[in-house]
Design a protein around this ligand. Structure first.
Ligand code: 5GP
Length: 128
């Protein structure tokens, strides 16, 4: 942890490398603010990741630190991707894992877009 309590951003993380073009991805859509691409290990018929083009480790970091224009641009791309993939009529789920309890694997803020089937419960059953 840094002095501020925010984990430092590691520019060697896998999504930073995808943004720099060092690792290929199956791109869905891209603009000045964000990149959307298919998850390498899909959990639903549609499973797309959307990442902002900046150095934010998590949802908490992004929403606290990113400029308003970057936040608006990011969420506009999320909506555009869901529409482009034909998910609006039957619906879809947006999810972002933040930190250890949520099992965040990649420390570059991202949201998952899931769709293409009934997605079931929001959170697997367990002790509340
Ligand atoms: P998290 O658990 O951090 O919310 O999700 C990370 C996601 O990134 C996982 O669903 C995982 O399958 C995906 N992922 C990890 N490495 C790669 C990669 O190199 N390419 C792509 N397209 N997805 C990846």
């Amino acid at each position: 942890m840094s002095v501020s309590g925010k984990p430092p951003y590691d520019p060697a993380n896998i999504f930073a490398r995808i943004l720099r073009g060092e690792i290929p991805c199956k791109r869905v859509r891209e603009d000045d603010h964000a990149l959307a691409f298919h998850d390498i290990n899909p959990q639903a018929p549609v499973h797309v990741l959307v990442i902002p083009k900046g150095s934010w480790v998590s949802a908490a970091d992004f929403h606290a630190s990113a400029p308003a224009e970057a936040i608006a641009g990011f969420w506009r791309l999320v909506g555009a991707v869901a529409a482009e993939l034909g998910l609006e009529e039957r619906g879809y789920r947006i999810l972002s894992n933040m930190g250890e309890d949520a099992g965040q694997e990649v420390a570059h803020f991202h949201v998952h877009i899931f769709g293409g089937r009934r997605l079931g419960r929001m959170v697997p059953p367990g002790a509340a």
